[in-house]
Design a protein around this ligand. Structure first.
Ligand code: ATP
Ligand code: MG
Length: 324
């Protein structure tokens, strides 16, 4: 039977800043099925990283207002005491960030950083820690001696592999990968993603793959949620998104995928763009936030659209779902 690994229900996140309130997330719903790779995709600033930070309790509680519920193993992560969320973060839910150099300490060897994660969360001592670190490094395609090196001695792709080794070191159930390959060149990007995919299968991980690049979603994910201006506008299995996306924003994102190695791509030299820019989150629009950029928008779109369930795990938030 299919079970959920994590369920985000009506998550909202407001940042209380000196310039005013930033309404970063509005009633975000996202259900991760156990064992799937779920893509979270959308333009820069739409709230992808805030979603992952809110889930992991990595927000400044004093200046942030969170609403909704994040269910994980029968508990609401948003209301867990700091100590309890710390015992989950890095162990049962782990994270890979875009920029490994900012996440790894420059002063310690990568091996000791992997060991530290395991010493914190698992009751392990030397020489077991060293042995496990060597085997983790091999698992991510690095020589075990890499453990003796410092992060600055490694290439970007190798650093990202170290981050992955650290992230899987405590046998997590859920891996959140926030733009894990954006800083890498295309070949290394493909290698790192195929590593994540292989580990996901081998370790039965659930993966939330966060990216602004829809092509990565189509190549790597089972299902995906499309985010716009702090809202999920469409969720569906990736195949149905490609074949019949129901939200105009999803269709626009798909049209922006370069098809350089196809005959169609060669004919179509110029890539379409989505004109305009997302709304400022200081004053979210009353109606559909995509309306000002949407070719299909009319008077109805001045009102907030409701979420429509389309069956087969598909849902869309649009007044005219599926209209082409
Ligand atoms: N601490 C904060 N205080 C105020 N506003 C914030 C804070 N953190 C994020 N934001 C705002 O929340 C919005 C969403 O940011 P977020 O980092 O989640 O975007 P993103 O989708 O991850 O973008 P990118 O693809 O560029 O990483 C942005 O408008 C950002 O400026
Ligand atoms: Mg981000």
């Amino acid at each position: 039977m299919e079970t959920e690994c994590l369920s985000i229900d009506n998550l909202s996140c407001d940042f209380l800043t000196v310039e005013g309130i930033v309404y970063a997330l509005s009633r975000v719903n996202l259900q991760l099925k156990r064992g799937e790779i779920h893509g979270l995709v959308g333009e820069s600033g739409c709230g992808k990283s805030v979603t992952s930070r809110a889930v992991l309790g990595l927000v400044d509680r004093k200046h942030t207002r969170l609403g909704g519920v994040v269910w994980f193993d029968g508990k609401n992560l948003l209301t867990l005491p700091e100590e309890e969320i710390r015992s989950i973060r890095g162990k049962r839910i782990s994270m890979i960030f875009q920029d490994p150099l900012n996440s790894l300490s420059p002063l310690e060897t990568v091996g000791s950083q992997i060991e530290e994660a395991m010493a914190n969360h698992l009751d392990l001592k030397q020489p077991e820690l060293r042995r496990r670190t060597a085997s983790l490094l091999e698992k991510v395609g690095l020589h075990p001696d890499t453990g003796r090196q410092y992060p600055f001695e490694l290439s970007g792709g190798m650093q990202q592999r170290v981050m992955i080794a650290q992230a899987i070191s405590c046998n997590p159930e859920l891996l959140i990968a926030d733009e894990p390959t954006t800083a890498l060149d295309l070949t290394i990007q493909a290698q790192v993603l195929s590593l994540i995919k292989n580990l996901q299968k081998e370790l039965s991980l659930t993966v939330l793959l966060i990216t602004h690049n829809f092509a990565l979603v189509t190549e790597n994910c089972d299902r995906a949620s499309v985010m716009y201006a702090g809202r999920i506008v469409e969720t569906a299995p990736v195949r149905s998104l490609i074949e019949s996306a129901a939200h105009p924003y999803t269709r626009a994102l798909i049209n922006c995928i370069p098809r350089s190695n196809t005959a169609e791509g060669n004919r179509r030299a110029k890539l379409p763009v989505i004109f305009g820019s997302p709304p400022r989150l200081y004053a979210p629009p009353e109606g559909c936030p995509f309306a000002p950029r949407c070719p299909k928008a009319d008077e109805a779109c001045a009102k907030k659209p409701a979420v429509t369930e389309l069956g087969e795990g598909r849902s869309v938030c649009c007044h005219y779902p599926g209209d082409t």
